[in-house]
Unconditional design. Structure first.
Length: 525
């Protein structure tokens, strides 16, 4: 029998997350898994035959991080789209639109990301049309839950005054009933489904480039939320030996019947690509004022938008569970979170390969804080949203609801499994920002100086577990991923900064020195 080569990893410190040996100096890797975690002497004495040493001293090695909520191909394709996030007013944004429009053909589509819907109070459709120069222009909100189309884009998509609002969506109109170009929630799907689509080759190239960037951030796995054509692209890359990220792929609600008919359940796939749950949207987002709340917004703009009714959600989740498919439910507002917990409790989870999960869980009523833990529901959260949402939460939800926004400590203390991600392309897929947000609880401008509702802070070790052990548990892989111990996947990253003990500001400049996936070095600084 031929024994595969052994790679011995030596570092300044290796945080295994194994309670029996939480910190070691050395790992022995064979056939893509950890064979031994211990001292260099233990490795030398236990391993027969030649050993290839990977010296990562003096750096700190941790298990590979998982981005537990990313739109992988959409993020990868959108990296080069013009970004309005740094603009401070609609005047700046329109000036950017005008510059970009001059540089493209008249029949082009221009999509801008990072638009702030609050700017709409300072602008009108005529000004956007003038800046666009006859090109089809779309400004997509930072949170991806609303967008502003110019007249040419609406003409190409046949969006006129006669178009009725879809269920769970709004086509904004002026006092005379004319469309303003603003599409919210399911109405924005008209654009996503009608815009020019990239080619298969372009999508594959984007994934190849994107996984390189993720490796540089210590990310070795992702939980992605996209349509089945993205799953097919990832499957083709995996079969060609080009996929170097482990992907749990959630499917949109509209494909539930097809998956059940084909007998595909959660967990279907292999070590690199697996089917996750069915993705449901119950509401919108804070930035677009479409998160569905129990009480009206503090600035008086209603309670948001409910994209799904409780009866439809409960019925669909029960059908999914009967077909072996877990639920992956977007819920941001406290009303949406409560409705989701009600539906998951009624549906149960018997026989599922992975647990149900709620994505974002951004505002939770105190009466609901312990329910996710009791039901075994994973809280898939994105603490990097704290870098952008603090002031918006204070203005739109007020002080009482702000105290229970991103209630990380309360959920964890209740026994809830936390799995952290980025929601890229909403935020950059940079786990350093997630660490900073969860530990410092300050925004990008350092507000508030002493932290925002600091009773909800986490420690560095707790954040690391949410990016590793929690993510593995959410994928039903807690016995093979998320730690560096014998029998677990050899996915790891070496950092020049100890993510567990570093001060929050130091985390933002931490660097990955090497990333290993399946025992193979995929990045070396």
């Amino acid at each position: 029998m031929v024994r595969r080569r052994v790679v011995a990893v030596r570092a300044g410190a290796i945080r295994t997350l194994d309670p029996e040996r939480p910190v070691v100096e050395c790992l022995a890797l064979r056939a893509g898994r950890v064979e031994l975690a211990g001292s260099p002497e233990e490795v030398r004495s236990a391993i027969e035959g030649p050993v290839e040493w990977l010296d990562l001293r003096p750096f700190t090695v941790v298990p590979g991080l998982t981005d537990s909520h990313i739109h992988l191909i959409e993020w990868a394709l959108g990296r080069l789209r013009p970004d309005l996030s740094d603009d401070r007013s609609m005047a700046e944004a329109l000036a950017r639109v005008e510059r970009e429009a001059r540089a493209v053909p008249a029949d082009a589509w221009l999509e801008f990301k990072g638009w702030d819907p609050a700017w709409r109070k300072q602008a009108d459709l005529d000004r956007l049309d003038e800046a666009s120069g006859g090109r089809a222009v779309v400004l997509v909100a930072h949170d991806l839950h609303s967008g502003w189309l110019n007249s040419e884009a609406m003409r190409r998509l046949q969006i006129g005054a006669e178009r009725e609002d879809p269920a769970g969506g709004v086509l904004e109109r002026d006092a005379a009933g004319r469309p303003t170009g603003v599409l919210k929630e399911r109405a924005l799907d008209w654009y996503y489904q009608g815009r020019p689509q990239p080619t298969l080759a372009e999508r594959k190239a984007a994934v190849r480039e994107g996984q390189v960037l993720l490796h540089r951030l210590g990310v070795t796995a992702v939980h992605s939320v996209e349509a089945p054509e993205s799953f097919r692209i990832l499957d083709e890359l995996e079969r060609a030996g080009e996929l170097q990220l482990r992907v749990l792929h959630h499917m949109p609600q509209r494909f539930l019947d097809s998956l059940v008919e084909c007998g595909i359940s959660s967990g279907f796939g292999n070590d690199w690509l697996k089917v996750g749950g069915i993705k449901y949207f119950t509401d919108g987002a804070l930035g677009s004022r479409t998160a569905w709340m129990l009480e009206p917004y503090s600035d008086g703009e209603g309670r948001g938008i409910r994209r799904l009714g409780p009866e439809e959600l409960s019925r669909d989740v029960k059908r999914a569970v009967a077909g072996g498919l877990a639920a992956t439910v977007h819920a941001i507002g406290d009303a949406a979170v409560r409705m989701t917990l009600d539906a998951l409790e009624r549906a149960g989870s018997r026989g599922l390969a992975i647990p149900h999960r709620i994505e974002h869980l951004q505002c939770v009523h105190p009466a609901d804080l312990e329910r996710a833990a009791r039901l075994g529901v994973v809280a898939s959260m994105q603490p990097s949203h704290l870098l952008t949402d603090i002031r918006a939460a204070e203005a739109r939800w007020g002080p009482e609801r702000s105290r229970r926004t991103m209630a990380l400590r309360s959920l964890l203390d209740a026994g809830t499994v936390l799995a952290f991600g980025s929601d890229a392309p909403v935020e950059p897929p940079d786990p350093r920002e997630g660490f900073y947000g969860a530990i410092a609880r300050r925004d990008r401008e350092g507000y508030p100086e002493r932290g925002w509702h600091t009773e909800e802070r986490l420690t560095g070790l707790e954040v690391l577990r949410a990016y590793t052990e929690g993510a593995a548990a959410a994928a039903g892989e807690g016995r093979r991923r998320g730690r560096l111990k014998a029998g677990f996947e050899a996915d790891l990253a070496a950092w020049d900064t100890d993510l567990v003990t570093a001060e929050p500001e130091a985390l933002l400049s931490a660097r990955v020195m090497a990333t290993v996936v399946g025992g193979e070095v995929v990045y070396r600084a």
